[in-house]
Design a protein around this ligand. Structure first.
Ligand code: AP5
Ligand code: MG
Length: 188
């Protein structure tokens, strides 16, 4: 099972991917986490400048990371993509990678949360890119570059929108229902 989590900063992609990973027993691939873990390497330092400015890291860097991660053993059973793809060229690169492996994307979960809730969540958390001006830039980047992916995947018939403005357990129930119904419709 290959599933993409799509959603603005703070939507709960990481929180819900962690739960779904445990539920499905498949790998979790967060490009943001991989980039943060690499901050002591030259690649991580190059990426860190974009991240601290709230801007997207260039597609070639991010796609290279995903190619490498997807070749690891734990991705063979399936993978949850959290924060990737984030641009149309990244989505096209993912399509090619998955086609080469004969593992098409099954489901895209787009988590919706009102912007005022997102700002409150991020301001409380306090990651280095959670200061108000960086949050504003992250939202701008999301609207300009990532939101078009909603139509991209809707056109492919694999998009499910999830109302993410509820307690984490409740949001997970909604996600689990969407996943379970996708699994059962694929088995017919
Ligand atoms: P990334 O790490 O992906 O950050 P993001 O998309 O901005 O999203 P967050 O991780 O902040 O939020 P989330 O949706 O995961 O929510 P979370 O569960 O943490 O990317 C960071 C940067 O890396 C980017 O800006 C870019 O520079 C670079 N990057 C990464 N991927 C890239 C790519 N593909 N291409 C180019 N650049 C890339 O929850 C947020 C907070 O809310 C937490 O404190 C959580 O506890 C709380 N919370 C979660 N759910 C709920 C709930 N239901 N109710 C109340 N609180 C909740
Ligand atoms: Mg995250």
């Amino acid at each position: 099972m290959r599933i993409v989590f799509l959603g603005p900063p703070g939507a709960g992609k990481g929180t819900q991917a962690q739960r779904l990973k445990d539920y499905l027993g498949i790998a979790h691939l967060s490009t943001g986490e991989i980039l943060r873990d690499a901050q002591d390497t030259p690649l991580g330092q190059a990426a860190g400048r974009y991240m601290l400015a709230g801007q997207l890291v260039p597609d070639d860097i991010v796609v290279g990371i995903v190619v490498e991660r997807l070749s690891e053993k734990d991705c063979e059973r399936g993978c949850l993509f959290d924060g990737f793809p984030r641009t149309v060229p990244q989505a096209e690169a993912l399509d090619r990678m998955l086609a080469e492996r004969g593992m098409p994307l099954k489901l895209v979960l787009a988590i919706d949360v009102p912007e005022s809730d997102l700002i409150a969540r991020l301001s409380e958390r306090g990651r280095p890119d959670d200061d108000p001006s960086t949050i504003a830039e992250r939202f701008r980047q999301y609207t300009a570059l990532t939101q078009p992916l909603i139509d991209y995947y809707r056109g492919r018939g694999i998009l499910r929108q999830i109302d993410g403005a509820a307690a984490p357990n409740e949001v997970f129930e909604r996600i689990r229902n969407a996943v379970d119904s996708t699994v059962s419709s694929n088995s017919h």
